[in-house]
Design a protein. Structure first.
Ligand code: NAP
Length: 273
């Protein structure tokens, strides 16, 4: 779905002067995987990139790569689950840049939560980062964008956020939340200058999936995914579900009755499991 064309008040990244009035991006989960790959793409397109994650050393390493790619990184360590700390990080960013043009909520956790051995602590941790952290990032940045009537919110969901998968109940549940929350935001903001993009990838080769025992199919490269996200953002798309074939298969499974779906999916060993 393509959203209403709006005139952005921030300079277009491809035409921004190299050391001039750069557009500003805030990215969570910026030290690793998809978040880091997005920082690199945004940096390459001339953005000043405020990079948020907990681990300072990994953030600084990633920031060096962003700088080498031509971006202007800003390292802002924070735990997205802690609203006060996240708000303080945003205040630091706004004090320097005055605005955030693009906010990417990519911080996330993913691991198996099989029903036979549920561990409430592990379940809660995933809710804290994937749901509370996601909402903190968007909820803190959005008022500034709405006030300026311009901006772009990019939220990471997953193809796992369409229907339950065996052994992955909590991950799927949090990713459904991310996807559906982004859908509602899209509708709420349709008549404003703030755009939304929900990203639903299949498996991506990042530290999150590195230890998976089960075979992953159609695995995406994080840098290629980040380029697709950037293009989708510039094109004003509100949903990016990739890879295309797997996304189609996922959508095909949606109207299936449970008995049929369970037959295809229910006994499979899934990554994370
Ligand atoms: N990899 C996949 O196959 C895949 C597929 C579909 C969707 N996704 C989604 O894409 C997003 C990124 O995943 P990824 O694969 O890139 O993961 P990743 O490589 O494990 O990176 C996760 C990032 O999140 C940060 N993070 C974790 N907890 C945090 C917290 N409490 N506060 C701030 N930052 C935190 C981590 O840094 P610190 O630990 O230092 O904080 C790290 O920078 C997630 O939302 C994931 O669900 C991933």
């Amino acid at each position: 779905m393509t959203q209403r064309k709006v005139k952005t008040s921030y300079p277009h990244p491809d035409t921004a002067a190299p050391s001039g009035d750069r557009p500003v991006a805030l990215v969570t989960g910026a030290s690793s995987g998809i978040g880091k790959a997005l920082c690199l793409v945004l940096g390459r397109h001339g953005y000043e990139v405020a990079m948020i994650a907990r681990g300072q050393a990994a953030l600084e390493n990633a920031a060096e790569e962003v700088e080498a790619a031509g971006g202007v990184p800003m390292v802002v360590p924070a735990d997205v689950t802690n609203r006060n700390a996240h708000e303080a990080a945003l205040d630091t960013i706004l004090a320097r840049t005055g605005r955030v043009d693009v906010a990417v909520a990519a911080a996330g956790l993913g691991y198996a939560t099989p029903a036979e051995s549920l561990d409430l602590e592990r379940l809660q941790r995933m809710i804290d980062v994937n749901v509370t952290g996601f909402v903190n990032t968007i909820g803190l940045v959005l008022p500034h964008m709405v006030e300026r009537d311009t901006g772009h919110i990019v939220g990471l969901s997953s193809l796992s956020g369409y229907r339950g998968l065996p052994g992955n109940g909590m991950y799927c549940g949090t990713k459904v939340f991310n996807r559906v929350f982004m859908q509602s935001l899209r509708m709420d903001l349709a008549n404003t200058g703030v755009k939304t993009l929900c990203v639903c990838p299949g498996w991506v080769a990042t530290p999150m999936t590195r230890g998976n025992k089960a075979k992953m199919q159609f695995v995406l490269d994080p840098d290629k995914l980040a380029t697709k996200v950037y293009k989708a953002m510039v094109a004003g798309k509100s949903l990016l579900a990739v890879p295309h074939g797997l996304a189609e298969m996922t959508r095909f499974g949606l109207p299936m009755p449970d008995t049929l779906y369970d037959l295809f999916v229910g006994r499979r060993r899934m990554p994370f499991a």
